[in-house]
Design a protein around this ligand. Structure first.
Ligand code: TYD
Ligand code: MG
Length: 461
């Protein structure tokens, strides 16, 4: 009998080696390698011969001018927040991966989506691979799902799922979750990289051929004993990350890959008793806990997330360290960025932090990725260290260069408009060079203080 060939695959990123490694050289995770059997993919037996790869001779080509774009119809999910993240709804026939920690609300979001879609005369098939149909029914009851067009099936064998899809030919398909689906043609265990890759591939092919819009749910795990959605990212049309803090009800939906739209959009939801509720004005929510009495180390920063501006509060706390090396903790901003800001504060402002711990926290669980928050972070650290406060009516914007200069940020107007809308009357911003921009900004009716050095900003807080 021929020897069974195996290889070791990182369950986090899909990196392959011939022998076991403790740390993945690609993604840097530890203990994520699992031995899987190598085999040539066996063809799935299905009722429909169209599952086989098409003969190349049949695959005709068309002039790009003749391609009919009416085919890319958008299907609304019934929730503006989700539609915006998708770039205007699901594209018909596309395959979308919804990833997130267990318990974050992926099944709830999906069920609310299919509630709306099935109520609009579309047939939906919901594959419950990890829960029983009665568990899904319980959730459906909680969410008032009553549609006649929604079919559920408890199935985790891919070959059976393919048969059911071909029998029902639904318009919309949900697979909850991909890590619980297995193909009988693959020897590796359920949830391994080989399994989820192969299963996603088959589902992708069938959804394209039958023009079924598909949502695949995938868990993110840190342990690496089941393969993460990362190994699927390159295959699917769209990857949505559902994030949130464990003990908070705010949930943030972020597109990290989207073949049909922008990737910087975020949607904000609140998990309530009867499912997820859209948060139309997140800035208000994020600032709602802000105390009337402003304490030191707090700064308000208008941050752009896709087309929308959010006002976020950044808090800093500094204190004498009991350790030989002071601690730096950054939640919501990049760690390296914080180190750079602290270095600029030491060198250009003369703020000595070498014996001080520095903690940064962005309220609301949002990660700020753009550098326009630099000045706000710097001023919050400075006010905490000097025990002063920033004017409570002020928002702060600007990227900080290594020489202590304040650099420009884009889309100032949108940011200042949002600040004005939420009642802020004053903004510290980088120097504006264009008179056109200046004119437009003056129309926002907010008092602006232009600064070109971090020192100037400190004088004006
Ligand atoms: P779920 O959608 O099952 O999470 P996932 O599919 O990502 O694992 O939701 C899990 C949590 O959401 C659970 O702790 C209960 C809570 N929940 C609500 O608070 N309200 C609701 O209406 C529903 C359906 C769930
Ligand atoms: Mg679930």
């Amino acid at each position: 009998m021929a020897k069974v060939k195996t290889k070791w695959i990182c369950q986090n990123c899909g990196y392959e080696t011939a022998s076991y490694l403790g740390k993945c050289p690609d993604c840097g995770q530890f203990s994520t390698f699992i031995e899987e059997v190598i085999q040539n993919t066996v063809e799935i037996k299905s009722n429909n011969s169209s599952m086989n790869i098409r003969n190349i001779k049949d695959a005709g080509y068309t002039k790009i001018n003749d391609v009919n774009i009416d085919k890319s119809i958008r299907i609304s999910s019934g929730m503006d927040e989700l539609d915006r993240v998708l770039g205007g709804g699901f594209v018909e026939g596309s395959l979308c991966l919804l990833a997130g920690d267990p318990g974050i609300g992926k099944s709830t979001l999906t069920l609310q989506t299919v509630k709306f879609i099935s109520n609009n005369n579309k047939t939906v098939l919901y594959i419950c691979a990890e829960e029983s149909t009665s568990q899904v029914k319980l959730r459906a009851k909680r969410l008032d799902v009553t549609s006649d067009n929604l079919y559920v099936t408890q199935q985790n064998c891919l070959e059976e799922i393919v048969n059911q899809i071909e029998n029902l030919k639904p318009d919309f398909l949900v697979v909850d979750s991909i890590q619980s689906v297995f193909s009988a043609s693959i020897l590796s265990s359920t949830g391994s990289v080989s399994q989820i890759r192969e299963c996603t591939n088959i589902l992708m092919r069938i959804s394209k051929q039958l023009n079924i819009t598909t949502i695949i749910i995938g868990h993110v795990t840190k342990e690496g004993n089941i393969a993460g959605p990362k190994v699927l990212e390159h295959m699917v049309d769209c990857v949505l990350n559902f994030e949130g803090e464990k003990y908070k009800t705010i949930r943030i939906l972020r597109a990290i890959k989207n073949r049909f739209g922008a990737i910087s959009e975020v949607g904000v939801f609140n998990m309530e008793d009867k499912g997820l509720v859209e948060v139309k004005n997140p800035s208000e929510l994020f600032l709602s806990d802000r105390q009337n009495q402003i304490t030191s180390g707090s700064a308000i920063i208008p941050v752009l997330e896709g087309t929308r501006c959010l006002l976020l509060e950044v808090q800093a706390l500094t204190g004498t360290t009991p350790y030989p090396n002071p601690r730096r903790v950054a939640r919501g901003i990049e760690y390296d960025r914080l180190l750079q800001i602290l270095a600029v504060l030491e060198k250009r402002v003369g703020l000595n932090l070498s014996k001080q711990d520095v903690y940064i926290n962005v309220i609301g669980g949002i990660d700020i990725e753009e550098p326009s928050a630099d000045l706000g972070v710097a001023l919050s650290v400075l006010t905490s260290a000097r025990d002063t406060t920033i004017n409570e009516n002020t928002v702060i914007l600007g990227e900080i260069g290594l020489n202590g200069e304040v650099r420009s940020v884009d889309n100032l107007e949108a940011r200042l408009k949002e600040a004005k809308k939420l009642g802020f009357g004053r903004a510290i911003i980088p120097k504006i060079n264009s008179s056109q921009t200046k004119e437009r900004i003056q129309k926002t009716n907010i008092e602006i203080i232009e600064v070109s050095k971090i020192i100037d900003a400190i004088k004006n807080i």
